[in-house]
Every structure is written in C-alpha cells, then in structure tokens.
Design a protein around this ligand. Structure first.
Ligand SMILES: Cc1ncc(COP(=O)(O)O)c(C=O)c1O
Length: 361
C-alpha cells in the first residue's frame, strides 16, 4: 500500500477519556468535563423544539447547498448567501482550504502554539509549515508577515487563540493584513468569536469587504453549544468562496445540523447569557490566580490557560481524581499549564476549590 510519507509520520487524533470512562475508572458519580471548550449550558431550547417539531425523512440526502442555514446566516450577517461556505465543523473548512490551496510547492505560515489542525492538514498536503512562536501567548504578527514569501499560499491567524485565549486588536490585525500580499490567503479562525468582550476587537465582517484574500471561520460548536452536530462556516468575498466550493463534499453538512444551527441563531439571548456567564467565570479564575500567585493568559475565549509551575500531567491527574477533567498543557506546548474550559458558575467554584486543595496541600 502506498501511504504518503508525511501521513506515516502523523499520529491520529487522540480523543480524551469520556465522562463514563472516568466515572468507572475512579468510581465517581459526578464528573465535570472541562477539556474541549464545549458550552456548559448546552444549547438554546429553540434547537430541541425545532428538532421535535420538524419530522424529517432520513432516507433523503441533505440539502447539498445548505440553503436554509445559508439563508439564516445571510439574514443574520446581512450578507449575500454566496459569501458563506458550510463545513462539517470549522475543522472541515480548515481541511477544505488546505486541500484547495496547499501542496508540496507551497508553504503556510502560522503561530505556535495554536490550533493544531492547521499544521496537521498542511502536513497531509505536503506543504512546508512555517511556525512563528507566540510572544507571551500572543501572535507575533510582525514576524508572521515577514515570514511570508513567494511560495506562501495561506497564513493562519487564530483569534482568540487556542490554547492561550488571547485575541488580536483591530489596530494590530489591520496593520498585519496591510502587509500580506493580495494573492496570499489569510484565514482568521474565530471559533470563540461569540465569547469576545474586548473593546479593541476588530469587526471581521468589515475586514472581509476590504480584503478579498481574507476568510473568516466560525462555528456552532462553542457558544451555540452544537458541537455534536458538527457545523461551522467560512465567510469571505464570493470569489474566494467559489474557489473553495469544488473541494467541499456534496453533502458535507447534514439535515439535522442545518435545522439545529438555523434554530440556534434565532436565540441570541442565549448567546448573550453564555457570554456574560463566561466572562464572570473568567473573572473568578483571574481573581483566584492573582490571590494564589498563579500566572495565566487573559482569555477572550471560553477557556483559560493557567500556569501551575508544576508538571501539567500531574496537575491534570490530581484534578481528575477530584472529578474534573481539564486539558493538560503537555500536548499544547505549555508543559506546566492546564487549559480549563469555563464551566457554569457552580462548576467554576468547584474547580477553583479543587485547585486550591491541590496547590495548598
Ligand atoms: C480555534 C479553533 N478552531 C476550530 C475548532 C474546530 O471546531 P469545530 O470543528 O467543532 O467547528 C476549534 C475546536 O476546538 C478551535 O479551538
């Protein structure tokens, strides 16, 4: 069998333990999973209502153009429907961009550490990966712009960045975009967009009008609480969307996902509630860290990277013994930190109490 050399060197995605696995293993009845930046409040009630109200014929393929969801997005953003591409999660948008634009004659520029799927997909396509280290959790946008050369096809910018949570300011992003040649595509991954409260945050939709080489990716997996449905999307000028469409599989997003996502968009009160609760949770974490002499990155996402100054895997295990599954920084480029999803108020309190017990014992 012929397998691409670069694929042989990759390891498959390793899913974390399920809640049931951990319950069984540790004999615990309650587990709080704060490892995958899912929404602790679930999703809007409107989703459940819509799914029960609409009987579907499951023998029929989904609407391949996703016209209902595309229409809902177009209404919501006040943009034409041909400025959106739908994906089976924004993961798939990353894959589509990589498949369409990267090969062994090209390179691609990204921060490090950042969301690992940019690199993963670029490696599969055989492209050279140029990684520019973060400075204090922030993209080094000057260095990233400088790294772009005549072979660069795609630059990835993650804001707020996973795993650090730091977002980019309007001023910095515009300065950066002005330095990138028009034939190099910039992907602005805004998976955590709905959680952002920073005053200096840019307006990505306005930027799309000014930069034809910019594509913004967003998702229903985070604030909308629909990770199980796998639905994300890209927004760009029609020409860029059109260039990517042939790579998209005909029925890549499914009927239930279309309905769930379109219904979820109708409940912006729920999104606002989640954003506010999340901000309160982050503030509790920040205060706790300050009181206990722990450093952290100021996050605009629904997670926080806390530096514990001790082996991340040990800290992860200690927290798991108390029924809390966080994400060890070992695999994220921060071997002494944990990335912790912001839970409900009660979950945040329980998490902070557990951390207090571990670090003061
Ligand atoms: C920065 C970032 N981008 C993209 C994704 C992919 O999300 P999904 O494929 O569920 O839309 C994630 C998920 O964790 C993420 O953190």
């Amino acid at each position: 069998m012929y397998i691409k050399d670069q694929v042989k060197k990759l390891t498959p995605y390793k899913p974390g333990k399920t809640v049931d696995d951990v319950k069984k293993e540790l004999g615990l009845s309650e587990i709080i999973k704060l490892a995958s930046n899912e929404n602790p409040f679930g999703s809007s009630q409107k989703v459940g209502e819509a799914l029960t109200a609409h009987a579907m014929n499951y023998a029929i393929y989904p609407d391949g153009g996703g016209s209902v969801l595309r229409g809902a997005l177009a209404d919501f953003y006040q943009l034409p429907g041909n400025q959106f591409i739908l994906g089976n999660g924004s993961d798939e948008i990353i894959q589509i961009i990589s498949r369409a634009m990267l090969d062994s004659s090209k390179n691609t520029v990204m921060a490090a550490p950042t969301f690992p799927q940019y690199k993963h997909n670029a490696v599969i396509e055989g492209a050279e990966v140029i990684e520019i280290p973060l400075i204090n959790g922030r993209h080094n946008l000057d260095e990233m712009a400088q790294a772009v050369n005549e072979d660069t096809a795609v630059v990835w910018v993650c804001s707020p960045n996973n795993p650090t949570g730091i977002s980019i300011s309007d001023h910095d992003l515009k300065q950066f975009l002005n330095k990138i040649p028009q034939d190099v595509v910039v992907v602005l991954d805004e998976a955590y967009f709905e959680y952002v409260t920073a005053d200096d945050y840019y307006n990505a939709l306005e930027l799309i009008q000014d930069y034809p080489n910019l594509i913004v990716t967003r998702t229903f997996s985070k604030a909308y609480g629909l990770a199980g449905f796998r639905v994300g999307y890209g927004i760009a000028q029609p020409e860029l969307i059109q260039a990517l469409e042939p790579v998209r599989e005909p029925f890549n997003t499914n009927s239930l996902a279309h309905l769930a996502a379109a219904s979820a968009m109708k409940d912006q009160q729920f999104i606002q509630y989640c954003r506010e609760q999340n901000r309160e949770g982050i503030e509790k974490f920040e205060q706790f860290c300050t009181e206990h002499g722990l450093s952290y990155f100021p996050s605009q996402g629904n997670f926080i990277l806390v530096h514990f100054n001790r082996d991340a895997d040990e800290m992860f295990q200690a927290l798991m013994q108390k029924g809390i599954i966080a994400r060890s920084g070992q695999a994220l480029g921060y071997p002494k930190s944990l990335r912790i999803t912001i839970g409900t108020g009660e979950q945040v309190d329980k998490t902070l109490e557990s951390i207090r017990e571990i670090i003061t014992q």
